[in-house]
Design a protein around this ligand. Sequence first.
Ligand code: ADP
Ligand code: MG
Length: 704
Amino acid sequence: HGEVDFKGDAQFAQHMKKSEAVSDFAKSKSLSEQRQYLPVFSVRDEFLKVVRENQVVVVVGETGSGKTTQLTQYLHEDGYTKNGIVGCTQPRRVAAMSVAKRVSEEMETELGDLVGYAIRFEDITGDNTVIKYMTEGVLLREITLEYPDLDKYRVIVMDEAHERSVNTDVLFGILKKVVARRRDFKLVVTSATLNAEKFSNFFGNVPIFHIPGRTFPVQIMYSKSPCEDYVEAAVKRAMTIHITSAPGDILIFMTGQEEIEATCFALSERMEQLVNSSTRKKVTNMLILPIYSQLPADLQAKIFQKAEDGSRKCIVATNIAETSLTVDGIYYVIDTGYVKMKVYNPRLGMDVLQVFPISQAAADQRAGRSGRTGPGTCYRLFTESAYRYEMLPQPVPEIQRSNIMNVILLLKSFKVDNLLDFEFMDPPPQENILNSMYQLWVLGALSNTGSLTRMGLKMIKFPIDPGLAKMLITGEEFGCVDEVLTIVSMLSVPSVFFRPRDRAEESAAAHEKFFVPHSDHLTLLDIYRQWEANEYRDDWWCSKHFLQVKCLRKASKVRSQLLDILKKLEIPLTSCGPKLHVVRKAICSSFFHNAARLKGGIGEYLNCRNGMPCHLHPTSAIYGKGYTPDYVVYHELILTNKEYMQCATSVEPQWLAEYGPMFYSIKDSDTSLLEHKKRHRDEKSAMEEEMENLREKQKQVEIG
Ligand code: ADP
Ligand code: MG
C-alpha cells in the first residue's frame, strides 16, 4: 500500500513539474508580448541598421520606452555577441541589478548565466554571459586597470548618460579614444532628455536615433505657498488622492532613506486611523512601498509587483524613480522638488551630501512619470514662481560640483598625466582639479610634481575611497592589517546598527555592550569579531543585539574581496593582538585630515584645520561616556541639523603632528593655529606653483 502511495506522490510531483512548466510558458509568452508592446520594438530594425552603419549612435527616448531592457537584447539577437559581449552601464547600482534580473527573465536564463551584472564588490556574471549590466564605476575600473581597449566588449551601451555622474563624464572621454582605436567597437549612448545634441557633437556629430514616444498629457498642480514640511505635505496629498481620486498608483519623490521611512511610517499611521474611524464604508487598501538604493533587493523588487485587487500602490522613492526605474500604472506624482546631491563644500573642504532644489528639467521628468499609462496629474509641493525663477534649467554635472579624487587617481594610472589635456565634455573647474590633487598629495598618493607615488599606485588597486585604501596599506607598516581590513570592510557597507524607531532605547542599550571607549572604529571591529567568532550564521544573535545581519554578511564579502587584493599586492595579514592603540595610530595616519579638538560641553568639537564646529553623534561610542578625548579623527562629516562626525576615534596630539605635519605641530595652541593656517596655505600654493611649472615645461617640450 505504501508503495502505491509513494508512486502517487511521484506522479503528483511530475504533474506539478508539468504544470509549473506550463505556467512558466504562459509567463514567458506574456513577457514576450510585453516586449513587443514597448515603443522601441516598432523601430527595432531601424535601430540595428543605424548601429550597423555607424560606430557611435545616440539614442533618445521617453523613459519606459524600452531602452535599457531591449537594446542590449536586440544587439545580442543581431549577432554582436558572437565574438565578444554587450556591456551596458548604469549610473546606479540598483538599476544595474534590477534590470539584469528583468532581462534574464525575458531571455529565460538564470541571472548570472547569459545575462549578468557587476557592481562594486559583487560580480554576478559567468563564462556564458553575453549581456552584462554594470555600474559606470565598474567599467571605468576595468578600462583603467585591466583592459584599456575593452577587448572583450563588442558594444557598450552607455545608458542614462543624461545623468552626467562624474563617471559618465570620464567614460565619455575614455570611450571616445577607444572608438578611435578600435574599428570593430560600437558605442550606443542613451539619453532621456535634451542632451542628445551635445552628446552627438562630442563624438563628432554622430546620428541621433529617436524612439517614438507614447505619452499622455499630465496636469501640473502647484502649491499656492512654499511648503514648510514637505514630508507632512506629501503624506496629506497622498491621503487626499487615495480618498477622493480615481484608481491609479501614486509615486512620491523624497530625497533619502530617512525621509522615505518617515513618510511610509506616517502613511501607514494615517491609513490605520482611516480604517479605524470609518465604520460603515470599506476603505481601499494602500500598499506603501519604499525604494532607495540601500534597500535590500527583495524589498526593492516589490515595487514592480501588481497590487491585489482594488488596492492602490503608493511608491515612495528617491531620485532613482526619476529615470532609472520605470513602474507601470502610475497616475499621480507628488514631487517635493528636492534632491540629495554630493557637492563640494569649500567651507568644510569636503564633499557633503546636501539637499538641493531640483532643476526644471528634473521636475518635468518627474511629472512625466504619471503620464505613461494614461493622463496623469503631478502635484508639485513648490510654487510656480519657484519653478520659473528659482530652479536652474538643467542640473549642473557632478564633475563640476564635487571632489574628483578617485577619478584623478584612475586617470593618472591611465597615463593621463596632464588632466587639463583630458577631453572632458564639460571640464571640471581648474580649482576642483587642484583641490582634489591637493587632497591626494596630503594622503601621499601624489608627489610634489603631481605624479603617482608608490602609495598612490597601491591605492588604485582597491575599489574604495583613497582614505580607506590608505588605511589598509599603512596597516602593513603598523602590523595590524587584519584589524584595519575588518574596519575598512565595515565602513564600506551600510550601518550594521539596527535602530527601530519604536525600540530606540532598547537598541541603544544593546549596542552599548559593544562599545570600545576610545573608538567607534574599534567598536565596529569588536562587533565583527564577535559575530564571526560566536554566531557566524545565526540571525537570532544579530536580532538580539539589534544588528543588521545582511550588512554583516556584506561586510564579510567585502572583506574577503579586499583580502584577495592584499594578497595580490603581497601585503601579509598581520595582527597587533591586544595592542589596539596601534590600530588607532593607523587610523590617525590616514584620517588626520579629519581631526577635531574638544571645545567643551558634551561631544562638542572644533575641526583642527578650519575651526568649524563639529559634533560627536549621541550614538557614538565616545559620546558622554565619562571619558572625553581631547582629539579625535573621524571617518566623515554628516550634515543633518548639525555637523556630525560619523565614526570617530580618539587620538594623541603627537600622532597628529607625526602623521599630518603639513597641518599640525605639537604646540597646537590658538596662536599657532594661525601659523599653521599660513603654512597650510603656503604649502598648497607651493604645490600649485610646482604643478603650474610642470605644465609649462610640458608645453615647452611639446613645442620644442
Ligand atoms: P527605458 O530604459 O526606456 O526607461 P526600460 O527598458 O527600463 O525603459 O523599461 C521598459 C519596460 O520594462 C517598462 O515599462 C517596465 O515596466 C518594464 N520593466 C523594467 N524593469 C522591470 C523589472 N525589474 N520588473 C518588471 N518590469 C520591468
Ligand atoms: Mg532606462
